[in-house]
Design a binder for this molecule. Sequence first.
Ligand SMILES: NC(=O)c1ccc[n+]([C@@H]2O[C@H](COP(=O)([O-])OP(=O)(O)OC[C@H]3O[C@@H](n4cnc5c(N)ncnc54)[C@H](O)[C@@H]3O)[C@@H](O)[C@H]2O)c1
Length: 281
Amino acid sequence: MPHPAIVKDNVAVITGGASGIGFAAALAFARDGMKVCIADVDQARLAEAAIRLSSVTSATDVMTFAIDVSKAESVTELERAVRERFGRTDILMNNAGIQPGSTLFGEPDNWQRIIGVNMWGIINGSRIFAPNMIARGGAGLIINTGSKQGITTPPGDPAYNVSKAGVKAFTEALQHELRNTAGCRITAHLLIPGFVFTGLTAKGRTEKPAGAWTAEQTVDFMLTRLEAGDFYILCPDNDVPRALDEKRMLWAARDIVENRPPLSRWHPDHADAFAKFVKGD
Ligand SMILES: NC(=O)c1ccc[n+]([C@@H]2O[C@H](COP(=O)([O-])OP(=O)(O)OC[C@H]3O[C@@H](n4cnc5c(N)ncnc54)[C@H](O)[C@@H]3O)[C@@H](O)[C@H]2O)c1
């Protein structure tokens, strides 16, 4: 049984919906007969994506919206435009994201932009859409795209890690709020993709690296786990099985419990212990 929100004529809004994981989700929802609104900052990609969506559903069931999700007023306009066109929103997938790279003492504008899109985009979307979704009383979903980097926070891209750690904390609080709201049939979910071959990770490559999943595989996995009712949708990829992710996450949590230095997984004094922990010794 698919999730009760994923049914014909229901309405899905997907930010960052013009490419990658967001577009694969839009395609899957459209194939299920849903009306879809893809919202994205890239207008050319939006137009191409709308043409591709029209090949699986009626063009009247496809809406595009040019937006920068970091701007609350634009997200407010999106919510209103979707209500005017389709009457309501049943599924909101806050998925727009960027990963241009960052350094700890690098340009403040770069930090602002990454946190603006990745974290504020999700906060804006959830806060602006949820009240009307709840008020309607129907079953619905808010899916926020996080990252393993927001949980294990590996060295190398601190602004991205901070933004995605914020997505995790916000989405956990959102689900707590929703489940304690009387009559609310909306649930929040944290999508945690593995390595997925998309524009974000291609870095000039035209062929999918063996270790990566496709965006379609990721969305198929997401739909299965939504059906099962998971909050944390922890996706594997071809290199990293769930068991390894679990070990990495447990190790990160134990840095606090065992009073180790932060990011001890990458600390020379702890590297051997981490390797043993992963092997199960
Ligand atoms: N690809 C991976 O391996 C991977 C892993 C973990 C998490 N993620 C997350 O998945 C999400 C989707 O990324 P993807 O891999 O499909 O990449 P992608 O680049 O194919 O898709 C991201 C989309 O977001 C859009 N976007 C960027 N800034 C925006 C803004 N300000 N407002 C609206 N739209 C904007 C882009 O134009 C693009 O269409 C992101 O949040 C990303 O951080 C991806």
